[in-house]
Design a protein around this ligand. Sequence first.
Ligand SMILES: [Zn+2]
Ligand SMILES: [Zn+2]
Length: 325
Amino acid sequence: MKAVVLSQANQIEVRQVPTPTHIKEGELIADVKYVGVCKTDQQLTATGLEQECILGHEVVCSVPNQTGYFALNNEISCGKCSYCLEGLTSHCLNLRELGVNEDGGYAQKMCVPQNALHSFNFPKPVLGVLIEPLSCAVHGIGRILASLKLLSSAKPKTLIIGGGISGTLITYLLHNSSEYQGQISLYDITPEPLHWLEKLGIERVEKPEPDQYHLVIECSGSSGGLQMALDLVRKGGAVCAYGVPKPDLALPITPHELFMREITLLTSFAGATDSTINTAIAYLQKDQGFFEQLLGKFISLEKLPTELTNWSPQPGTRTVVDLEA
Ligand SMILES: [Zn+2]
Ligand SMILES: [Zn+2]
């Protein structure tokens, strides 16, 4: 079968590889249909992995002898360790992450545990590539909402940094949360228009002022984003690092300053579980028109290596690999 294989840093190519055949109990061979191209794929391509790997973790597939489409929960947890028993499956001590440290979806077929597949039924099945990122955002919003009671205002002012897919999904969920009564503004470094913002009626700020925001959610994952969030947040406020910080980035604030300004620092890691995936599917089902505008370029598997080494998504959208293109 055809697959895109990452062999080492920036060495990624389309290749013929053996179709997976060694199925263990509870696994099956799925036919990959669409895969969302995530910033994580670009970062893994730039740094390389210890062994050859097929990336791709935002997977829509079909299954032999079954109708319809399925989304993959690529976080395969053991269900037995102390973290799994507390429901923190993303922190499973035996976690397998398909498309991250084991073969994923940038291939015609992939081997998946049956119980990692979630069926959905949208008129446009390609929307299913948003299920995984949206389920991680559902997890993130849960943590953000839980922090609201620490804030001094019941109607907080929130700034979201970054209008890429992560920032978009977090903005959407906060905007739609009945537990959030405050204002939302968004900052993005690019001048490109973000049409979805207007649809939600969210204000875009070009130059956010310090001391205005009770809550700042950093969704860009850029080195400057976390610095900006910590500079801008009010005393007694909270900063959430939602975008994945670069591995070598030091916290751009001293513990003394954090303490004196009484800032709560919050993080959110991964978080695709049966429950967050079901919530994500329900949102997508209800509001397909909104999510459709987040789909960007459609590319073939052949074009993927170039895409991952020359990162260029249309701003605020997800690029999709269409296996039939
Ligand atoms: Zn992703
Ligand atoms: Zn576990």
